[in-house]
Design a protein around this ligand. Structure first.
Ligand SMILES: [Zn+2]
Length: 213
């Protein structure tokens, strides 16, 4: 028995996000979409995020440009990336202001954030949502399912990052969800506490190793 929370980063994406939403609806699974702010400038992308929200998924902030980890960015630029994306998400955003930092390939290290950015996120009462399972669907659009099954079996409750990007990986989403059920997994929408170092602007545990010196 294990629990699994699913999240979809880097969208929304025409043709892919609707397919993901269809699969999740058919399977009765709720998840979180961490969207890239600048993508919401397009009306069709905006509509996809509205659809995800209307279908009960949570919407989080995954930076404006997804160009550099915040720990490598000038603090003002990074803070503005967060703010602009919150503004673009607007009322579609979850009340806890979920923010997933950009890890440039999923790296959890000291490029992820900086002290000025953490201070800003705290003032903005953000909730930082990291991850514990990264099957690298974008690099291995067919092989990620086996890797993902191994990762979730190793933890009592995983928070997995997948991507609603046009890699072809999401063709396997329905099969993956079916296999989770067959192996005794339970999919839930909320996040494991050990993936949330900041909740509503308050630090819950230290993440010094993810903060630039
Ligand atoms: Zn990303």
């Amino acid at each position: 028995m294990f629990d699994l929370t699913l999240s979809f980063d880097n969208g929304p994406t025409a043709d892919v996000t609707p397919f993901v939403l269809d699969v999740l609806a058919r399977r009765g699974v709720k998840s979180t979409f961490f969207v890239i702010g600048e993508k919401l400038a397009r009306a069709d992308n905006r509509a996809l995020t509205e659809r995800a929200h209307a279908e009960g998924h949570w919407i989080g902030n995954h930076t404006w440009s997804h160009s550099l980890p915040f720990g490598l960015m000038a603090p003002d630029a990074a803070n503005s990336e967060f703010d602009r994306t919150q503004a673009a998400i607007g009322p579609l955003g979850h009340a806890r202001r979920f923010f997933r930092p950009y890890g440039q390939g999923g790296n959890l290290d000291n490029r992820l954030l900086s002290k000025p950015v953490l201070d800003h996120l705290s003032r903005e009462r953000a909730t930082i949502v990291l991850w514990s399972a990264l099957p690298r669907d974008w690099q291995d659009p067919d092989g990620w399912v086996e890797r993902a099954l191994g990762q979730v079996a190793a933890l009592p409750w995983s928070l997995m990052v997948l991507h609603d990007l046009p890699t072809g990986a999401m063709r396997h989403l329905d099969r993956f969800i079916g296999l989770i059920g067959e192996r005794g997994g339970r999919i839930r929408q909320d996040f494991p506490p050990d993936c949330m170092p900041m909740v509503d602007g308050e630090m819950r545990f230290s993440i010094d190793e993810y903060v630039a010196a």
